[in-house]
Design a protein around this ligand. Structure first.
Ligand SMILES: NC(=O)c1ccc[n+]([C@@H]2O[C@H](COP(=O)([O-])OP(=O)(O)OC[C@H]3O[C@@H](n4cnc5c(N)ncnc54)[C@H](O)[C@@H]3O)[C@@H](O)[C@H]2O)c1
Ligand SMILES: [Zn+2]
Length: 366
């Protein structure tokens, strides 16, 4: 097992650890008693994970004499809504969960975001533990304390910061995860390498076999721990997105535009993979990134079965319109978090972590 601390300077008491190991679900009772004691636990999951792992988790808890009830909702992003949040909260109220209860978020990033938001708001906030079951949730979504739901106006627009008491990543849970979902997670892992750690990126350049077979477990643990360390480092340095957290958006500015223009036909990881390749190309063109950065990213994303180029159907005009729209209401030029090389991000003239880019330059790469 590997343990990665997530320290939060503003609220040291809210600091927690990410536990990564093979078969860790078996240790859930001890982890809960030690890190998130409660009278009862609401285990929140989606239908797919609930069926695969919900019963196992419930049995493990029951055997340890821990009161737990499983609540599930239909899987997928369309369920990440206020309605699901309301329904879960109402069900917990009906079952008399009190302030001495806690939530266990068992599932991918959708479950983590909704269940975390339920925990953040239930009776003005109760503790929770993240038990991520997708690679993406293990290395990205479960870390950082961002919870929330989508609304008709856009993704993740309603939510709260609520830090979990612990994150429990059991790599055994990944065995049934479809290959496409693994690739989705690897896009974010590669992103972590580009923004912060060249040695980690290099490790990933030779880890395709380990990610496919999940063997040896220690190699998979190292990959997840490496990503968690990088994300935790960025989040600790910038808990509420004042500045440095923007580097986590590398590949995402164009990635979000691709998702929007393709109406989400391109998966998030694929969109981010294309976004990283094109944004690195943009950085090279502007003389910000070392030559060869984009090529290394392209080669790495393709080695994990991810796309690296835009489909002809995604027209530059539509992409630019989507890019302008994605600024969450902020004024001014399009801004990008851009690498200076693999393992380091560039700073803007004002010291910030995003760089203003003229539309003509953007147009030349999309
Ligand atoms: N809070 C954050 O900081 C943060 C960061 C990144 C992403 N996110 C959010 O995470 C979500 C995406 O997460 P995701 O990719 O995990 O999606 P997801 O939760 O929808 O999971 C993907 C699919 O895999 C299934 N699944 C989950 N675990 C499985 C397993 N072990 N075996 C087989 N199938 C399994 C799920 O049922 C689902 O159908 C998005 O909503 C995104 O906004 C949040
Ligand atoms: Zn992402």
């Amino acid at each position: 097992m590997v343990t990665v601390p997530v320290s939060l300077a503003s609220t040291p008491e809210a600091s927690y650890e990410v536990l990564i190991g093979d078969g860790l679900l078996q240790d859930l009772p001890a982890i809960l008693r030690h890190r998130c004691p409660a009278v009862a636990y609401a285990v929140i999951s989606d239908d797919i994970v609930g069926e695969r792992l919900g019963a196992t988790a419930s049995a493990i808890l029951e055997k340890a004499g821990i009161r737990a009830e499983l609540f599930t909702f239909a899987h997928g992003e369309p369920s990440k809504t206020r309605e699901t949040w309301a329904s879960l909260s109402d069900q917990m109220l009906a079952r008399h969960f009190g302030r001495d209860a806690a939530v266990i978020a068992l599932g991918g990033g959708v479950v983590g975001d909704v269940a975390g938001f339920v925990a953040a708001t239930y009776l003005r906030g109760i503790p929770y533990v993240q038990v991520p079951t997708t690679l993406l949730a293990m290395i990205d979504a479960a870390i950082g304390g961002k919870t929330g739901v989508d609304v008709p106006g856009g993704k993740n627009l309603l939510g709260a910061f609520h830090q979990p008491r612990a994150v429990v990543a059991d790599i055994r849970a990944l065995r049934d995860l479809p290959a496409e979902q693994r690739a989705n997670g690897m896009a974010e892992a590669l992103k972590h390498g580009v923004i912060a750690d060249a040695a980690y990126f290099e490790l990933l350049e030779g880890s395709q076999q380990a990610v496919t077979t999940l063997e040896p477990a220690s190699a998979v643990e190292r990959i997840i721990a490496g990503s968690v360390t990088i994300k935790a480092g960025v989040v600790s340095a910038d808990e509420r997105e004042g500045g440095m957290r923007a580097i986590l958006n590398f590949g995402h500015t164009i990635g979000h535009a691709i998702e929007a223009v393709s109406r989400f036909a391109v998966m998030h990881g694929g969109a981010v993979a294309i976004g990283m390749t094109l944004e690195a190309r943009l950085a090279e063109q502007l003389g910000i990134a070392e030559r060869g950065t984009a090529e290394r990213i392209r080669s790495a994303v393709e080695s994990y079965g991810l796309p690296s180029g835009l489909k002809p159907a995604l027209r530059a005009d539509a992409m630019l319109a989507a890019l302008r729209h994605d600024k969450k209401g902020r004024e001014g030029a399009l801004r990008f978090a851009l690498p200076s090389r693999i393992g380091a991000m560039a700073r803007a003239a004002d010291g910030g972590w995003t760089i203003p880019v003229a539309e003509t330059d953007v147009r030349s790469i999309v």
